[in-house]
Design a protein around this ligand. Structure first.
Ligand code: NAD
Length: 485
């Protein structure tokens, strides 16, 4: 094994996990075994929660202008170690080094936003009648939890860590059991940045720890990012225990391509959106709805897809199981009459025969009832559905149960405006294939892509990670003068 056996991070120290249930972490790029990860038990979670509870009084009472200093230093440390952090992300997740560098750069941007929180969380005050004032202030919740997926080992944790901690909470985070290595490095950097012991804790494990987090009486709020199936389970279980919960789920993002779209730009964008991070992004283009005659653009999409080379500018998918699942989707669509224009099945990268690669795949003449049109594939695959009108295209987009993102490619501003209004998704792109809002704007989908109120990043996250104290005071200034005299 390249790395030592995984440990938890509790009360500022890496601690052994006493468990016989071991998982093996392997690199998707070449199947190399990287580390063994013992699965923690509820007792490990208890130890972490106790550490967080003990740290909470001092951390929450530290003024935010002092707390935020940790994140100025943490941002610098992310910049200092960018290359090393990116290499680790690439190694455990399988994305290309360039994509991993972009991921760490995004972590830096997320931390930059957190450092602006002191300017954003000021409360309000108003004299509502003579001598009577109402004031509001954001106060931290207590011990909170963050449960994260495999596809962004560093970015998704950093959606939650800097904001929740700067706002005065103490956190338990459960990494994805497929990619736990990056979070251990993050813990070391937070400690180096001066974060007090117990404020941030990692408990490695699988669904057993997720369930224990939802049930734990001392955890006030749970944020979850992962598949819709598990998001629903977590949302129901955590809110069933009367906790605050925000659970982000999967996606099936549609790109509407109109005949007046700029052909080169559209083709490059569609291919980048569907194949970036090997299609393992909740914002990836998964279905393209071609409106009218756009064959000239589809030809260019195929040409662009031909430039995406597995093992060079296309990373691996997370494991063999995932590769086989993606290939089954493609085969099933073919058997049902769709045309495979570019076929990424049976991809083997020379020298990395044990890697889990799927080449870029373009499937045309997909029907709305096929699984490739309805389900999240999470691989570098685009399914093209043909329609004659914008309303037909919107009907297809809006019939899908998810609602993370939708995009339109057109040069017609009025049509774009119409589609923005009608599309039933939380994040909309116009001539942009991956419409991720950048800080200070918030990230979050609709429908089956998110359960709970508010969004997970940006300004909206303030409401999730804090509660509002409303104080009404009545002091008669004249009475004070009389007392003084
Ligand atoms: P996943 O749902 O399998 O796992 C997410 C987390 O839940 C992991 O920590 C895992 O240990 C835990 N988990 C898995 N099964 C569980 C169960 N039965 N009970 C309790 N906990 C369980 O997701 P994944 O495969 O790691 O990540 C990919 C998914 O995440 C995709 O669907 C993708 O769209 C989604 N995602 C969504 C967003 C978003 O912003 N909406 C962002 C990133 C990823």
């Amino acid at each position: 094994m390249k790395y030592p056996r995984m440990q938890n991070f509790i009360n500022g120290r890496f601690t052994d996990i006493d468990s016989t249930r071991l998982l093996t972490i392997t690199s998707p790029t070449d199947g190399r075994e990287l580390a063994l990860m013992p699965c923690s038990t509820a007792a490990d979670l208890d130890a972490a929660v106790n550490a967080a509870k003990a740290a909470f009084p001092a951390w929450s009472q530290t003024p935010i202008k002092e707390r935020v200093q940790v994140f100025f230093r943490y941002k610098y440390l992310l910049e200092r170690d960018l290359q090393e952090l990116a290499e680790l992300v690439s190694e455990e997740n399988g994305k290309t080094l360039g994509e991993a560098i972009a991921e760490i750069e995004k972590c830096i941007e997320l931390t930059e936003f957190a450092t602006s929180l002191p300017q954003l969380v000021t409360g309000e005050i108003l004299e509502v009648s003579k001598g009577v004032e109402c004031r509001t202030e954001h106060v931290p919740l207590g011990v909170v939890a963050s449960i994260v997926p495999f596809n962004f080992p560093s970015m998704v944790p950093n959606w939650t860590i800097p904001n929740a901690l700067t706002l005065g909470n103490c956190m338990i985070i459960k990494p994805s059991e497929k990619v736990p290595l990056s979070l251990a490095r993050i813990a070391a950097l937070l400690k180096e940045a001066g974060l007090p012991d117990g404020v941030f804790n990692i408990v490695n494990g699988d669904s057993e720890i997720v369930n224990a987090i939802c049930d734990h009486p001392s955890i006030e709020a749970v944020s979850f990012v992962g598949s819709t199936k598990v998001a629903k389970l977590v949302y129901q279980r955590a809110t069933g225990q009367l906790k605050r919960c925000l659970a982000l789920g999967g996606a099936k993002n549609h790109l509407l391509v109109l005949p007046d779209a700029k052909p080169d730009m559209t083709a490059q964008n569609v291919v980048a959106s569907m194949s970036g991070c090997a299609g393992q992004r909740c914002m990836a283009a998964s279905a393209m709805v071609a409106v009218g005659q756009v064959d000239h653009i589809i030809d260019k999409i195929c040409a662009e897809a031909g430039k995406v080379i597995p093992g060079k500018n296309l990373g691996a998918v997370i494991n063999r199981e995932s590769k086989e699942k993606i290939e089954r989707y493609i085969t099933e669509a073919e058997q049902q009459g769709a045309r495979i224009l570019i076929d990424g099945r049976n991809t083997v990268v020379e020298g990395k025969e044990q890697g889990s690669y799927v080449g870029p795949t373009v499937i045309d003449y997909v029907k709305p009832d096929m699984a490739v049109a309805r389900e999240e594939i999470f691989g570098p695959v685009i399914s093209i559905l043909r329609t004659n009108t914008v309303d037909e295209a919107l009907a297809i987009e809006n019939a899908n149960p998810y609602g993370n993102a939708a995009a339109v490619y057109t040069q017609n501003g009025s049509l774009a405006r119409y589609i923005i209004e009608k599309a039933n998704a939380g994040m909309i792109g116009v001539n942009i294939g991956v419409p991720v809002p950048r800080e200070p704007f918030s990230f979050g989908g609709w429908n089956e892509s998110k359960f709970g109120v508010g969004d997970i990043t940006g300004k909206s996250s303030i409401e999730f990670w804090s509660k509002l104290k409303k104080t009404t005071t009545k002091w008669n200034p004249e009475a004070g003068i009389n007392w003084m005299s």
